[in-house]
Design a protein around this ligand. Sequence first.
Ligand SMILES: O=P(O)(O)OC[C@@]1(O)O[C@H](CO)[C@@H](O)[C@@H]1O
Length: 305
Amino acid sequence: MILTVTPNPAVDHTIHFDEPLQTGVVHRTDDAVFTAGGKGINVAKYVSALDADTTATGFLGGHFGTFVRGRLDDDGVPSDFVTIDANTRLNTTVLAEDGEYKLNHNGPQICAADVDELVETVQANEPDTLLVGGSLPPGMSLSAVDRLARAGDWRTAVDMGGESLSNLEADYFVCKPNRSELAAATGRAVESDDDAIAAAEALQNRGFEYVLASLGADGALLVTDDEVLSAPAADVEVVDTVGAGDAILSGFLAAREHGTSNADALRMGILTAARVVGVAGTRVPHLEDVLTNETRIDVTTVRRR
Ligand SMILES: O=P(O)(O)OC[C@@]1(O)O[C@H](CO)[C@@H](O)[C@@H]1O
């Protein structure tokens, strides 16, 4: 079972305007979507739709916490959250004619007892794979992530900011940096494909079994002890990119749970992301047929290591 930990869940508010944003103007629209979000929660939603056994945990509180719980229940995603006093955050994505604006709140204050309860909740769920996804709320330190990774006999995936990746100390199964996180984690400029490969290899050498790097329109890389694999992005219409990285990781984790090869897992990540970018916000698109989809994604071996 894949247990996802979202230390800092969110109600994702995605609002769309057919005009560029301007200061001093009241922009009005009918087009707004509210979903249960946060990186770990998105992974739970997507891997569940990919037919992998999953449960979502993390911290939830207040009215927004109730909303997130309710949405997961409606979607049939099992959850086992730690309840906190403070309100879960609201994150807004504005899709305007002049671009995609992401406005994220830092989240509610967490205390040591909340973290202890989270560790106990994770242990009680006995996952095979643990994923810790997204930012840490105020009061939760990075050492708590290492503690979660070491609290039982599971493999741990992480999807966190680049600086966090470079400061983790436990053993990790996979991390999923994007381009800027690769740069922040390694202190290298990541502009070209070669830069991305070199940075992903450098990160893998630091002790991650797999580095799955999401490169937006340039697709994704998978670096293992033995090889570097590359896959292009699918050629699809993009509504917004929110959740695309979560989708790549979800496809990869679900495929690994189903026992596929590395190349097929990378392909499934790309195909899952191709569906997710086609819907607004972090709504769950139709994913049941992703494995059997006709779309050709050619995974290439960049080099053997
Ligand atoms: O502030 P964080 O935790 O880094 O990111 C949170 C977030 O922006 O990431 C998800 C998309 O990946 C959204 O569902 C969510 O609002």
